[in-house]
Design a protein. Structure first.
Length: 339
């Protein structure tokens, strides 16, 4: 779902990162559509003249639903910044004009297939390889990749598929020189993540567990992770993402930018975010071609050195190509302030 938000002065774009199914989080496309249409957008339209700092208050009556909130928040911020002729990267205090790219590889049928994919992405220049793991398809698979590529930057992501009873799996992964183990346990269980982090050498990284800067502060205080994956769409948008960054940076916890199959709209937001100073690890900000034959925007292309340039135009710096937007649109709904 994309939101195009028009103010008296300009317009901006936001992208919802929810999936078709409520598998990654409770949010999903149809639900987010209703939350935006029936709860968030009416509140925004009723609120009158607003600045970016007012958005939290305007949306505060809706509990949770960070992906739906991000859709409108990001569109609002984009509209504001386009009017000011300021890029999102500048507004965020970004310090780089190129960011390092990593790639996330899903669970493959066979180990050979996995090795082929790793080979292909390394040849394209990706700086960090992340392997999805699940019980039964973990240590052996990762060890096979590590054996062929002893020096690459390698991570794993479990998407909350394990319990603390699987600790031997993590002890075995500890020997494979991983940059991090991402979200091994249930998303709501910071306590057992802290227990696991205390028992292994490899840094844990939290993704699904971190839905706000308060979550990040709690996770850091408990020792539940040593790295945080920031997905702006998961934490309620670009404003809260900046707060998560600031909390982590103040605590000396490195962050990186995750991805959720965004089109060029969300990708542009991610690139601006990933250029902030605390983003010291390559993110999942892969090239458009990793996901789309024909993106909504002009495609984002990765250089052979594994970096991508941060958009510098006003706001997020990109817009959907009108003909591509028309081609791919399934449904549109317009909400207005009224007569
Ligand atoms: Mg993840």
């Amino acid at each position: 779902m994309l939101a195009r938000l028009e103010t008296d002065e300009g317009a901006g774009w936001g992208e919802c990162v929810a999936d078709v199914e409520p598998g990654y989080s409770e949010e999903f496309n149809e639900g987010a559509w209703l939350v935006v249409r029936d709860h968030l957008a009416p509140a925004l339209l009723r609120a009158g003249d607003l600045s970016i700092d007012d958005l939290d208050r305007v949306f505060a009556h809706v509990r949770g639903n960070p992906m739906a909130k991000a859709t409108l928040t990001d569109a609002f911020v984009d509209a504001e910044l386009r009017v000011r002729d300021e890029s999102l990267a500048t507004w965020l205090g970004a310090e780089r004009n190129r960011v390092g790219c990593g790639v996330s590889i899903g669970i493959t049928e066979t180990t050979e297939e996995l090795l082929d994919q790793v080979e292909g992405y390394l040849a394209e220049g990706y700086l960090r390889i992340k392997l999805k793991i699940e019980p039964g398809l973990d240590v052996e698979r990762v060890a096979a990749v590590r054996a062929v590529h002893p020096d690459i930057v390698l991570s794993v992501d479990a998407n909350a598929a394990y319990s603390i009873d699987d600790i031997e799996v993590f002890r075995a992964l500890d020997d494979l020189d991983l940059l991090m183990i991402e979200q091994p346990l249930h998303h709501a269980d910071l306590v057992r993540h802290a227990q696991l982090q205390g028992a292994i050498r490899t840094a844990l990284c939290l993704d699904e567990s971190i839905r706000s800067s308060a979550d990040a502060a709690a996770a850091i205080e408990l020792g539940s992770c040593r790295i945080v994956n920031i997905k702006q769409g998961r934490v309620g948008g670009i404003v809260e993402a900046r707060r998560v960054h600031d909390v982590c940076r103040a605590a000396g916890v490195p962050v990186w930018c995750g991805g959720m199959l965004e089109t060029g709209i969300g990708r542009a937001q991610n690139l601006a975010l990933a250029a902030m100073p605390g983003f010291t690890l390559p993110g999942d900000t892969s090239a458009s071609a990793r996901y789309f034959l024909d993106d909504l925007t002009e495609p984002f292309v990765m250089s052979p050195d594994g970096t991508m340039s941060v958009p510098i135009g006003p706001g997020i710096g990109v817009s959907p190509r009108p003909e591509r937007l028309t081609e791919t649109t399934l449904r549109t709904e317009m909400l207005t302030r009224g007569p």
